[in-house]
Ligand binder design. Structure first.
Ligand code: ADP
Length: 481
């Protein structure tokens, strides 16, 4: 048992909100042993019953929505409306996956042989290791745990070290909803310690991870020796394309919401805006006006539009990218500095213009309130610029031309594309995830999430009473005498 601890710090004020155990391999061992023992019964609980637990969890999240929302504005820093949306996503996911308890559909299909029946069913995998980031501290654990649980798995959750309080509340409410002892446990602590121990644990066959690309690669390598299933949800460098026929005011609203909401700390944040040169000057001036109107402040204050960044390291990283952009020759239109005289980690909404698609500020994930305007001369150039990054999570196009819209839907290389809306706004019943370096082919949410947390079993029942060989006895079949 380690005596080491770490603190949760409020990003708006720097004050300490709580002290938590800094878990290591021993704590992970204990949690996994409990999850493994609990699995033997939980997998046999009828799925509709497991779903009922999630319905109760959704009700509890609803009852505690105001409390969780307020806590999120303090521990994570996002503004009240967004924090409420984060909790709502968990409520929606819990109801949706609760319903899966009465579906979890497999397939039946006719056999090529007489008197033979075949079907496929979803089977749970075992103990799931869930590693989550701080930016959606209630929603992302729900995206992972709700499907994992309804499928009959048990879970060890390693939440981000920046939002331990919210993770504890999440797991307490799950227990109150009726999740039996051991079915879900939380190990608080750091990624390289608790997280790595969980990834390497021999009794954890599935890892579901949301975080940075670099960590995703490290997790994949650490899990490879045991051929674990790894689900990854990594970064983005999402673009909004604004064509010459777009409704510019609508586009500016979408850009502001997508680039500066959650202070840009969303994997779907619009950190690039690719603009047709015919409307470039007008869009640029409208965007700067809108960005400068945003009020920075603590998330719990009603009049705040943009909250702080999560911690000092994030503030320094975002500011370093401002210097990189200036060195690369981009034009800083607004922002580009921390908010002076504030104890918290506030950074002014930042817009760069005259950005070339290959510049680092147009290629690398910044995870802050910084967006890059990239001028282009044609629709084809816009798509080429949008696709010129290694990530492929979300994209958007503003146009009134239906042909262009459908071409963009086909050709933008992302897992999610919006038409006439920004790059954010996922709902829980469609798959969520990205192509290229955003992930490894899996999806969260919707029916697709079930594939992460189950294995298919194919079942054949021969009721002919004789040996029937597949592929061999098919042609020779006679009606029974
Ligand atoms: P972010 O940049 O969003 O903080 P990280 O990828 O660093 O992204 O962190 C996401 C989650 O992954 C956090 O819970 C963190 O503690 C965890 N983590 C970090 N490093 C590792 C690692 N080597 N192995 C397992 N988990 C890790």
């Amino acid at each position: 048992m380690t005596a080491a601890t770490f603190e949760s710090i409020a990003p708006a004020t720097g004050e300490t909100l709580g002290v938590f155990p800094r878990s290591g391999a021993a704590e992970v061992d204990r949690a996994v042993a409990a999850a493994r023992a609990a699995y033997e019964d939980w997998r046999l609980v009828p799925a509709p019953e497991r779903g009922n637990v999630l319905f109760r969890f959704a009700e509890l999240l609803k009852a505690h929505k105001a409390e969780l929302t307020d806590l999120m504005t303090r521990e994570m820093g996002k503004v009240k409306a967004e924090a409420g949306g984060d909790v709502q996503e968990a409520i929606d996911m819990s109801y949706y996956m609760g319903g899966e308890g009465r579906r979890l559909f497999g397939q039946t299909t006719p056999s090529e042989l007489r008197d033979k029946f075949m079907m496929s069913v979803r089977m749970p995998v075992g103990v799931v290791g869930a590693i989550t980031p701080w930016n959606f501290p209630i929603a992302i654990p729900a995206w992972k745990l709700c499907p994992a649980l309804v499928c009959g798995n048990t879970v060890v959750l390693k939440p981000a070290e920046d939002t331990p309080l919210l993770a504890d509340r999440f797991v307490e409410l799950l227990a109150e909803a009726g999740v039996p002892d051991g079915v879900v446990s939380v190990v608080q602590g750091f990624g390289e310690e608790a997280g790595d121990a969980l990834v390497r644990h021999p009794d954890v066959p599935v890892i579901t991870f949301t975080g940075s690309r670099e960590t995703g690669i490290a997790v994949t390598k650490a899990a490879a020796d045991r051929l674990k299933h790894v689900h990854l949800e990594l970064g983005g460098k999402n673009a909004i394309v604004v064509m010459d026929d777009a409704d510019l005011d609508l586009a500016v609203e979408g850009i502001v919401w997508s680039a500066f909401g959650t202070s840009g700390q969303r994997c779907t944040a619009a950190s690039r805006v690719i603009v047709h040169e015919a409307v470039y000057a007008e869009l640029q001036s409208k965007l700067v006006t809108a960005a400068e109107r945003l009020r920075l402040g603590p998330g719990w204050e009603d009049e705040t539009d943009v909250g702080p960044l999560i911690n000092r390291a994030a503030l320094e990283k975002v500011h370093a990218y401002t210097r990189i952009g200036l060195d690369e020759g981009a034009t800083l239109l607004t922002g580009g500095e921390p908010l002076a005289g504030e104890p918290g980690f506030f950074y002014r909404p930042t817009v760069f213009a005259d950005v070339e698609p290959g510049m680092r500020i147009a290629q690398e994930e910044i995870f802050g309130p910084t967006t890059a305007l990239i001028p282009v001369g044609s629709f084809e150039d816009a798509l080429a610029a949008a696709n010129s990054v290694e990530y492929g999570l979300s994209s958007s196009i503003y146009t009134r031309d239906v042909n262009r819209a459908f071409r963009a839907l086909r050709d933008l290389q992302t897992g999610i594309t919006y038409v006439n809306a920004g790059t954010i706004g996922a709902e829980v019943h469609l798959p969520f995830g990205g192509v290229k370096a955003t992930g490894n082919g899996h999806r969260e949410a919707g029916q697709a999430a079930l594939d992460v947390f189950t294995e298919w079993k194919s079942i054949y029942v021969d009721y002919s009473g004789r040996l029937q060989r597949a592929q061999i006895d098919t042609a020779a079949q006679r009606p029974p005498r």
